[in-house]
Design a protein around this ligand. Structure first.
Ligand code: UDP
Length: 367
């Protein structure tokens, strides 16, 4: 690498400790990026809520943790809800520490989906970049993203075009996709396994549709993930014949990929504009075709007919029919797509390029 290595302060989500599963896909994104950026020679400070584990043990990565109360997650707030910062909140403390640490470092990179760091960005000298992790779920957040885009859109990146389309931007979006450590996922070629579903168990993930398809086919649906909403999980379970859902719990990546890889297909049924859909790509990395609603990130990631099938959103009959055609998908093609489009190395290179571009003076002059 010819360019000088960067010193970056990465700020984790204020929802849950790294390693807990409560932060959803952000946790894995951050872990991949930390590893990928270290491989490229950069020095990193990772600021995260107390109890977090560093995704990598390396002299170039320092973990800093701060205590405090979790931020309520935006995806479960009313669209017109106000910004709330709880008493003893972890969010402002993360930013206090991050701003102290940046010193003569190059930039801060925000992984949380929050108003405070977006608002802060034009008011402080250190450069703050934001990898936006969700689509539009709140009016307050929509205007914070739009305001920052008007000030300097180079500070914003998104996971997919479909996610970015939710926001009022002034230029074409910087889309960095996502990245996975492929050495952690084994390709499995057996095609007679069960149906699977993975993700946070919460209403926006639409588990009820996958369960109903499995019930209609008289099959069991294996479900992996953190149960965020117990009452919802019970409602979904009681709407299908007993035994339809096999709860497998929240597993570390090594186990998740081993079990997921045995599936014949993954069903993915988002009810919201999913920003990306890590579990979709993790399944593909194991050679598992994905049958999904053509909505949000999964609709952009899945190559219908090659790596799975896309069906009209909320159409359970189409989902069931596509599930019957899964044997026509070549499991090698699923893995190849991830190698080409969603590697850890590729993500780190795209994120580095985005940050370097944003570090240049906006008018193109050389300082
Ligand atoms: N996950 C996991 N173990 C499980 C089930 C899920 O580690 O048993 C992780 C998975 O690797 C993924 C995240 O949970 O990174 C879910 O992310 P996704 O992007 O699919 O959805 P989000 O929760 O961010 O909306």
């Amino acid at each position: 690498m010819s360019a000088r290595p960067l010193t970056l302060v990465l700020v984790s989500t204020p929802v849950g400790q790294l390693g807990s599963g409560r932060g959803g896909g952000v946790e894995l994104t951050l872990a991949s990026l930390v590893k990928g950026l270290v491989q490229r020679g950069h020095r990193l400070h990772l600021v995260a809520p107390e109890g977090s584990c560093s995704p990598v043990q390396d002299a170039r990565v320092t973990l800093h943790t701060v205590p405090g109360v979790d931020q309520p997650s935006w995806q479960h707030a009313e669209r017109n809800a106000s910004m709330r910062i709880p008493c003893n909140a972890v969010l402002p403390r993360l930013w206090d520490r991050a701003l102290e640490l940046v010193g003569d470092g190059d930039a801060l990179v925000n992984f949380g989906y929050d108003w405070l760091p977006l608002w802060l960005t034009p008011h402080v000298e250190p450069r703050i970049f934001h990898l936006v992790s969700m689509g539009s779920v709140s009016a307050v957040m929509d205007s914070a993203v739009a305001d920052l885009a008007r000030w300097d859109q180079r500070r914003l990146a998104f996971h997919t075009h479909r996610q970015a389309d939710d926001f009022d931007l002034v230029e074409p979006p910087e889309v960095v996709g996502n990245g996975f450590d492929l050495s952690r996922y084994d390709l499995q070629l057996s095609t007679d396994g069960p149906l699977g579903w993975a993700g946070r168990v919460a209403p926006e993930k639409g588990l009820e549709d996958a369960a109903s398809v499995a019930a209609g086919l008289g099959e069991t649906l294996r479900v992996w993930g953190f149960v965020e909403d117990d009452a919802y999980a019970r409602r979904v379970e009681s709407a299908v014949p007993a035994g339809t859902i096999e709860w497998c719990g929240f597993k570390p990546t090594s186990e998740l990929q081993r079990e997921l890889g045995r599936c014949r297909a993954l069903l993915n049924t988002p009810k919201w504009n999913e920003a990306y859909g890590n579990v979709v790509v993790e399944a593909l990395a194991c050679g598992v075709p994905v049958i999904a609603y053509d909505r949000g990130g999964p609709g952009e990631i899945i190559q219908s007919g090659e790596t799975g099938w896309l069906v009209p959103p909320d159409d359970r009959d189409a989902l069931a029919e596509a599930t019957l055609s899964v044997s026509s998908i070549d499991r090698h093609a699923c893995r190849h797509w991830v190698e080409r489009c969603a590697s850890q190395e590729g993500l780190a290179a795209r994120v580095e390029a985005w940050i370097r571009k944003g570090l240049k003076p906006a008018d193109g002059t050389i300082t």
